[in-house]
Design a protein around this ligand. Sequence first.
Ligand code: 4AD
Ligand code: MG
Length: 445
Amino acid sequence: MASERPAVVSIQDLAKHVGTEVVLQGWLYNKRSSGKLHFLEVRDGSGITQCVMAKADVGEDVFVAADGLQQEASLRVSGKVVAHPKREGVYELQATGFELVAAPSEAYPITKKEHGPDFLMDHRHLWLRSKRQHAIMRVRHTIVTAIREFFDDRGFTLIDAPIFTPSACEGTSTLFETDYHGQPAYLTQSGQLYMEAAAAAFGKAYCFGPTFRAEKSKTRRHLAEFWMVEPEVAFTDLEGVMDLAEDFICHIVGRVLERRRPELAELERDVAALEKIQKPFPRVTYTDAVNLVAEERAKLEAASEAPRLEWGNDFGAEDETLLAKRFDRPVMVHRWPEEVKAFYMKRDPADPRLALGVDVIAPEGYGEVIGGGQREESLEVLDAAIQKHGLPMDAFEWYRDIRKYGGFPHGGFGLGLERMVSWMCGLGHVRETIPFPRMLNRLSP
Ligand code: 4AD
Ligand code: MG
C-alpha cells in the first residue's frame, strides 16, 4: 500500500487544503520567536505564509534546529493548514516538522534596515525576492497578459519586429550602434516601420518586444532597454488611433484592478485614482495644451527651474506633470509642431505646421505612456521628410515600397510597458518596473 505522504502545495492554494496536512517548499523570509513558539514566515514564489511551530508539537530537537534557521534558508515545512484566527482569507500552517534543504553560506545582504537604491539595484537578483518587488512583477505580468488579450480579441496579428536594424526610427541621437558582421547596425528604437509593412499584409498587426534608446539623461522615466507594444492599423486616421489608445488603456487598467488588488494594497497604491480611468479621455490640441501648461505654471508659488514651454517645443517631464494636474484621467495631446516629431508623421492637411501625432499623458504625474499618430502615406512628402531629417535614403528603400505598392491611410502607437507599470503601481522611478533594468550607469546584474 502506498504511504500517505502529505501533498506538496503552493502557498497561493492553501485555501483549498484547510484541515489537511501539506508540505510547503520555499525560503525563510522572516522569523519571530516567543518562548515555546516560532513564527516562521515562508515564501515560495506564489505567496508568503506564516508557519506556527509549537515546541509541544515538534519536540525539543526540531524546535532548537528551527531556531537556528537564517533568512533565505531553503526548506520544506510540513503541517496542517488552518484559517487565520482573526484575518479573513488568510491561511497559515501549524507546523509539524521541517527539512532544511540548504542553509545560506553567508548572512543575507538585504535586511530589515533601509538600504539605498544603488545597493538594492546592485542586489537586484536578490531584491526580486522581496514582497514589494514581487507585487510589482505580478502587476507587470498582468499588464502583459492584458495587452496580448486586447489585441488578440480584436483581430490583430502578432508580427515580431527585428532587434538589429539598419536605420533609425525615432531620431539618430538615441541609437545604440553595434557591429553586424563588419557593417554598422542599430538596436531597434521601435518596431513601427516594420508594423507599417505588417499592416499592409495583415490589416491590423502588433509587435511587443524590447526596444533600445541610448538616452544620455538620467531621469525617473527613461530606461536604455524597455518593452514597447506597437499596434498598427490599415485604413485608420488620427481619430481612430486615439479611439484605440483609449480603449486599450481602459482595458489594461480594468484588468489590473480586477486581478491585482492584493498587490496594489501591498504597494499602498491609491486605487480610487485608477478606478477613475474611464472613457472618454480628454483630447486637447498641442496648442491648447501649451496654454494649459502656462496657466498651471503661473499657479506655482516658487518659480520653476525648468525653461518655460514655448509653442514649438516638445514637452519636458515637468510640462507633462503640470498638464496632468488638470485631469483625473489620461489626456491625449494631438497635432504637434511637425519639427518636434519623427519624419514619418503625416502633416495636418488643415495646417502644414502640424503633424498628426498624439501623446497620451498619464494622470498623477506619470508622464507620457503612449506616443503615436497617423503616418505619412504620400511617397513624395515622405521622401522630402527623410531628406530633411538627414536620414540615409537607401536604408529606407523597403519602407518607401509600402507607399509605392498600394499606399493607404494608416496609423498606430507605441505604449511603453514600464511607464504603464510605474503608473499602475504608483512608483516614483521606472527602475523597479523591469526585472533587470538597463540605465545610463547600469548594465548589471
Ligand atoms: O514616443 P515614442 O518614442 O514613439 C515611438 O517609438 C513610435 N515609433 C511608436 C509607434 O507609433 N509605433 O515611444 C513610445 C512610448 C513612449 O510613450 C513611452 O511610453 C515609451 O515608449 N518610451 C520609453 N520608456 C522607457 N524608457 C525610455 N527611454 C522610453 N522612450 C519611450
Ligand atoms: Mg514620444
